[in-house]
Design a protein around this ligand. Structure first.
Ligand code: C2E
Ligand code: CA
Ligand code: CA
Ligand code: CA
Length: 392
């Protein structure tokens, strides 16, 4: 950490200087002088612990004010590189807006100082700006599309049967969301859920999914005349940190008279890792309501054994990645076998995801896996297209 020492009255930088760092005051005091209206005047006096010159960290424009040490001052320079890494990882919409705001600020500044102190962008910078603007615009319009879709009822649920491995009878369904886009056709969840997650729109969409699934449950039940099916609804990590989730779920269940014992909520390990306390509280409340919890995509995340013990999870869903490879890969087979054994020893049942062939189903059956889901049993389809035959 290079410190810079200034004596009383010494200039740190001048208006118009090229700037590539900000400063943190470790000791001393700094006066910021600039042109606001008319002659130069003091814009601020900063002391230990404060920072100045930050704008240089974000754009590549010259300083808009002058900084002077008012006493012996020690500064820690913060290099632009440090912030550039953070900016790169940040949201393109926010980055774009930040640059727009800075541009406005700059042009206000140059009005005041009566001279053009904005240096033109290099070709590379201009190109980057354009790409960023495009990315931001695209993302904003997708977010707008999701909002509109919620309003215009463009989402729909498809249902995929979850079957007993042994006799192939339908035990339940997983509800999977799709977007019936007015011009693009049927859009799969992976094309829009990521943004719904990021923007928080997933809360509304997730609630819509839960509502629609509960509304459809009586119809699904009629399709399986021999048994009362469960319905599985996916909950995203963002939903699971929502304070209103438990009450929302309660309200939906009450509205549709959904028997809670037949409602299964699927979640991934993400929320348990990122918000362990919140997750524990909310998940316990959901179980108190009478619903069941399934841990989705098991094997792809951290798969910490403590999660399985700490949270009230009744079902383990082994990810398709292991199931689809298990006949070719000894290792995948071992992971599947030991996951099943682990789940059983903790009193959980197991759903194997992505079963596409009879051979895989038979192998899982031999391992004592209770339930299976996958193209072998049926693809996800709209409610009206579900035709169920027991004993695939
Ligand atoms: P998931 O929860 O792991 O759902 C299973 C995915 O695997 C579904 O993809 C399903 O169509 C696909 N699949 C099932 N069986 C097979 C098979 O035998 N072979 C192959 N190749 N694929 C199979 P889908 O419907 O595209 O959903 C993708 C993901 O989107 C889901 O993964 C889930 O994480 C998320 N998702 C879907 N609907 C919702 C929702 O309403 N809320 C939330 N939060 N997430 C959802
Ligand atoms: Ca799922
Ligand atoms: Ca899954
Ligand atoms: Ca998955």
């Amino acid at each position: 950490l290079d410190r810079e020492i200034f004596t009383s009255g010494q200039r740190i930088f001048n208006t118009g200087d090229a700037g590539d760092c900000a400063y943190l005051i470790e000791e001393g005091a700094v006066e910021i002088v600039g042109v606001s209206h008319g002659p130069e005047q003091r814009l601020g006096l900063l002391r230990k612990g404060e920072m100045f010159g930050e704008i240089a960290l974000i754009d590549h424009q010259p300083r808009t004010a002058t900084a002077l040490a008012v006493e012996r001052t020690i500064l820690i320079p913060i290099q632009r590189k440090l912030v550039e890494g953070l900016l790169e990882k940040s949201d393109p919409i926010l980055r774009h807006l930040l640059l727009v705001i800075l541009d406005r600020y700059r042009s206000n500044q140059s009005h005041r100082t009566m001279h053009e102190d904005k240096s033109p962008l290099t070709d590379h910078q201009a190109h980057q700006r354009k790409a960023l603007k495009g990315e931001a615009t695209q993302k904003l319009s997708l977010a707008h599309g999701i909002t509109r879709a919620l309003k215009n009822d463009e989402f729909e649920l498809h249902y995929q049967p979850i079957c007993n491995i042994s006799d192939g009878c339908v035990a339940g369904f997983e509800a999977l969301v799709r977007w019936r886009h007015p011009t693009d056709g049927l859009v799969p969840p992976m094309d829009f859920l990521w943004l719904a997650e990021q923007t928080g729109l997933i809360r509304e969409l997730g609630l819509w999914t839960l509502e629609r699934a509960c509304r459809d449950w009586p119809n699904l039940r009629q399709l399986t005349n021999h048994e009362t099916p469960f319905i599985s609804v996916n909950l995203s990590a963002t939903q699971l940190t929502s304070k209103t989730l438990v009450n929302d779920v309660k309200a939906v269940i009450a509205r549709y008279g959904m028997p809670t014992t037949q409602l299964k909520l699927e979640l991934t390990e993400t929320v348990m890792i990122e918000h362990p306390e919140v997750a524990q509280e909310i998940l316990s409340s959901l179980v108190e309501l009478g619903s069941n919890l399934a841990l989705d995509d098991y094997g792809t995340g951290y798969s910490g054994l403590d999660h399985l013990q700490r949270y009230p999870i009744g079902t383990l869903k082994i990810d398709r990645a292991f199931i689809s490879r298990m006949l070719e890969s000894e290792q995948s087979q071992e992971i599947v076998r030991s996951s099943i054994a682990l789940a059983h020893s903790l009193g959980m049942n197991v759903v194997a995801e992505g079963i596409e062939t009879r051979a895989v189903r038979d192998a899982l059956s031999n391992m004592g896996c209770e339930f299976g889901q996958g193209w072998h049993f049926g693809k996800p389809v709209a409610l009206q297209d579900l035709v169920l035959l027991c004993g695939v």
